[in-house]
Ligand binder design. Structure first.
Ligand code: PLP
Length: 419
């Protein structure tokens, strides 16, 4: 019997923690299901240092870091491009973050930005805060008067914001005319496309079928609204058709450290396939309720772009009534506003809102629940617009409840008003 020593030392068994982290099992690659997988990452693992050094973060050719994208966020970006007619997309944590990213990426000290007088309020607040601190000037233009926009564009103007329809008051501008002015003057046009959602009209092709391509330079979209559809996710997008403009925004997005989570992205991906059906349902209910409101003498004015006497109705009709053969849905979203007759004071209008049962009091829109918000128009505009009646304004967002139930809810709350 000889003493022999084994030449290969047995490997020590890895500790259980190591086994769980570095487990050898890899599931088969082929998996097909209706919903894409949810990938979540800060760290992305490279096979070697050369790959780490050479992998590109600015496009979708590979993965480098969670902030620069995962398979899940890339899929949502591509689907949003399909929805809105764009070619490149950035995802940010809210609609307002999309607005801020555009401003901070494209503007510098001394520049001017033009904004419609009926713009989304927090966009104006950003201008009054950070943009003012950075020496960037904001001027308001009359959204319903393209000549006013043309007159206000100066050699310092670098960005023009557009909204169709306007926030809260829902005037519908002559969007093609406004965009044509921006193109002629060589100024970047940015549309807040939350209301149209890529369904009511094509922001990147405003005159389809004419051969000429008239479109905005970029859109932002509060995915918080219809794309999420649940009232449970905050997210925004910035969509372009020009690689150079996209790169400027992408660099700003990277430097600001903006990104979105995998679970939130999944929630939007889950809702997106039904967006056209939901948009149509919100739209039909809002039209029925707005039309019913026109027959009530409590209201001095009802604002909804599909109503014949709502400001900008003809512009809405020209852009959002789909022509024969169009692939767009057309439509008018689920929002409408009323201006109460001036005989009702603020306390009475507040009591009306409180009396509503199905319409809940809360900000945002696009989810299944109908919402109501009273607004003080006097504090939102430099002066009371001539096309709007005097009185307290209340904005409704039609949810997905039965339209008849919502109408009955409005009726019972109005009943209290006269009691
Ligand atoms: C809600 C909204 C936004 C902002 O979206 P958040 O995700 O709430 O920040 C921007 N523009 C419009 C028109 C909106 O309605």
């Amino acid at each position: 019997m000889s003493m022999s020593m084994s030449t290969t030392k047995p490997q020590p068994k890895p500790g259980v923690a190591t086994s769980l982290i570095h487990h050898a099992y890899v599931p088969p690659a082929e998996f097909s299901a209706p919903q894409p997988g949810v990938f979540k990452a800060s760290t992305v693992i490279f096979p070697n240092v050369a790959a780490m050094r050479h992998r590109e973060w600015k496009d979708k050719s590979g993965y480098t870091y969670g902030l620069h994208g995962t398979p899940t966020t890339f899929i949502l970006e591509e689907r949003l491009c399909a929805l809105e007619g764009g070619l490149q997309c950035l995802l940010v944590p809210s609609g307002l973050a999309a607005i801020a990213t555009v401003a901070l990426s494209l503007l510098k000290t001394g520049d001017e930005v033009l904004m419609p007088d009926n713009a989304y309020g927090p966009n104006k607040t950003l201008s009054d805060g950070e943009l003012t601190h950075f020496g960037i000037t904001t001027r308001l233009y009359d959204a319903m008067d393209p000549a006013d926009l043309a007159a206000k564009i100066s050699d310092k103007t670098r960005l023009v914001w557009l909204e169709a329809a306007g926030s809260v008051t829902l005037e519908f501008p002559d969007l093609p005319a406004l965009v044509r002015i921006c193109q002629q003057k060589g100024v970047t046009s940015a549309l807040d496309n939350t209301w149209g959602a890529g369904l009511a009209f094509d922001a990147f092709d405003l005159e389809p079928g004419t051969g000429a391509t008239l479109g905005v330079d970029l859109t932002i979209h509060a995915l918080t609204k219809y794309p999420s559809g649940g009232g449970d996710v905050l997210m925004g997008s910035i969509i372009t058709r020009d690689p150079g403009l996209h790169l400027r925004l992408k660099l700003g997005h990277m430097r600001l450290g903006l990104g979105v989570g995998g679970n939130d992205t999944e929630a939007v991906l889950r809702s997106l396939p039904s967006i056209a059906l939901r948009y149509r349902a919100h739209d039909a209910t809002a039209r029925q309720l707005a039309t019913w409101c026109t027959g009530r003498d409590e209201f001095a004015q009802v604002l909804h772009p599909a109503l014949a006497d709502s400001p900008g109705h003809a512009h809405w009709q020209a852009l959002c009534q789909p022509a024969a053969g169009s692939t767009r849905e057309g439509g008018a979203a689920g929002l409408f506003s009323v201006i109460f007759h001036p005989r009702y004071n603020t306390a009475q209008v507040d009591a009306f809102c409180d009396a509503l049962q199905l319409f809940k009091i809360g900000y945002s829109w696009g989810g299944p629940i109908s919402l109501v918000v009273p607004y003080e128009l006097g504090s939102m505009r430099p002066s009371w617009p001539a096309h709007l009646a005097q009185g307290t304004l209340v904005r409704f967002s039609a949810g997905l409840e039965s339209a008849a139930d919502l109408q009955a809810d409005l009726a019972q709350a109005l009943q209290r008003l006269s009691a």
